[in-house]
Ligand binder design. Sequence first.
Ligand SMILES: Nc1ncnc2c1ncn2[C@@H]1O[C@H](COP(=O)(O)OP(=O)(O)OP(=O)(O)O)[C@@H](O)[C@H]1O
Length: 229
Amino acid sequence: MLDVRNLHVAYGASEVLHGVDLQVGHGEIVVLMGRNGMGKTTLMKSLIGNLSLRSGSIGLDGKDITKLPAYKRVESGLAYVPQGRMIFPAMTVTENIETGLFVRNEKYVPENLYKIFPVLREMGSRRGGNLSGGQQQQLAIARALATRPKVLLLDEPTEGIQPSIILEMAQTLKQIRDDSGLSIMVSEQVLSFALDIADRILVIEGGNIVYQTTKEDVDVEKLTRFLSV
Ligand SMILES: Nc1ncnc2c1ncn2[C@@H]1O[C@H](COP(=O)(O)OP(=O)(O)OP(=O)(O)O)[C@@H](O)[C@H]1O
């Protein structure tokens, strides 16, 4: 569903991703792990089109989207929840979700989004900025889902969120995948969340994928070593 080949990305002269290859299958949840500064956000931004590539290719559902601008990638079925969520704080909850609807020329928030996130209906007229961190994360995910993606990219969704809500988020994401066949790639540093949600785990270090495993075969000690400073 998502097919990334030999991705090289640089900030000016300084190359940060050195030939990343990764695939996410239909309905698969892949967790990208790695310490701070290893290239997770850079990879996410280059996939959605916020950073240009030095070289490499990105395929989505069999279509080459490498040269498409970000909004066309969204039209093609890629959605992105950035680190820090980036909801619109002065807009209401409903208005925030509605910003995702124009991609498919829809007028109304799909009912299933409120089934997944009932709190967003209850809080529809509140300003996004007044929601808790966990609620804002739900809002950011709902806004992304409103674009009806085939692949959802989530950059460190658990950051700043309390443990009970993290557990809930893992259940919700798995439920969405089970119900709709959505493919999900999530960057993450919280090991328990990764082990809970992942079908496969990749570790990025210094801009290279250095370890890949299915959840069944994971060597937790090895994984922990990659994540500890
Ligand atoms: N705008 C930028 N200009 C120059 N270098 C950058 C820029 N953004 C990130 N970098 C560098 O690129 C490397 C990868 O950073 P990136 O933000 O992708 O890491 P990360 O794994 O997402 O880390 P974190 O978990 O802290 O978000 C780091 O060395 C960082 O300093």
